[in-house]
Design a protein around this ligand. Sequence first.
Ligand SMILES: Nc1ncnc2c1ncn2[C@@H]1O[C@H](COP(=O)(O)OP(=O)(O)OP(=O)(O)O)[C@@H](O)[C@H]1O
Length: 266
Amino acid sequence: MDMQNFKTREKAAMAEPKIIARDVNVYYGQSQALKSIELDIAANEVTALIGPSGCGKSTFLRCINRMNDVIESCRVEGRITLEGIDIYNSGLDPVLLRARVGMVFQKPNPFPKSIYDNIAYGPRLHGIASGKDELEATVESSLRRAGLWEEVKDRLDSPGTGLSGGQQQRLCIARAIAVNPEVILMDEPCSALDPIATAKIEELIDELRENFTIVIVTHSMQQAARVSQKTAFFHLGELVEVGETDKLFTSPEDQRTQGYITGRFG
Ligand SMILES: Nc1ncnc2c1ncn2[C@@H]1O[C@H](COP(=O)(O)OP(=O)(O)OP(=O)(O)O)[C@@H](O)[C@H]1O
């Protein structure tokens, strides 16, 4: 290994995880959806959350930007830190948290506004771009980073909802990027898309990790294997196993992981 490579790896090994979850328990009313979750999420990596339906993947994802706050019956216990800041107990405004931790949903959900305004909305709200020129530049760079600029540059005033499903999802990714978040959460972002649109989003995810920390929930083990560096396997509200994606899929430590990835249940 050359010196440069060694230094890069050493730096990565020493770096603090971007997100740390400790003893996270989540309840919907009386029913417990997550049990004592402990997970470190590294910066500039893609972490995939996998597991059978109902195991708690989306619930955990929503804990990271406090989206569970809007579900009345939901109660979150434990500690989740973002760069050392406790996101539940620091008095951190959830709106500001969600600017740092953006989210992309299963079904593309552009606002019923123009393509331009879909992207400009967040920067306007958070006062990120000052003036028309800067806002235009932010809209363009966000669309470029989401791989959508060439396809929409001549129709920025058209409604976002008029785009194809795959384009709408890239619009939603561009919208998330526009406020310059550190983390992007993706809840099954390709489940409503065809294979070609899925491949585009997967390529995009790989490019985005250079600048963002990405956590993705997916039902597709192939997708987890293609896009992620780390994979966490959830089962019945427990985090059973987490590790390097290659290792988790080739030599898992737990029988339950083995059972799931070989298709014995799920
Ligand atoms: N809003 C809610 N109100 C009540 N219970 C909920 C709510 N959302 C999720 N649950 C329950 O919490 C548990 C975990 O659900 P969650 O959606 O997090 O699982 P998941 O692994 O993401 O599932 P899927 O893969 O089917 O999306 C399930 O038992 C589910 O029924």
